[in-house]
Write a protein that binds this ligand. Sequence first.
Ligand SMILES: [Zn+2]
Length: 75
Amino acid sequence: MIGSPRLLESNDETLFFEVPSESTPGVVYDVLYDKDHHWLCTCPQYYYRKKYCKHMRVCADLMNIDDSMVYAEVA
Ligand SMILES: [Zn+2]
């Protein structure tokens, strides 16, 4: 199972989370969200494929964010 996201920082515009990797113990991905730029994650799925990833999903669920756009789609 994927670990629980931890909200490290939030302000009016940006949310910053850490999400533990489910496959590699000790690895943590950084997830960023803001309304204008949508989602960013440091995991390979986002980095190489620019896809909405499971780390974004758990953060979205935690905060009830209904948005599955990623930064690469608006950049
Ligand atoms: Zn990710």
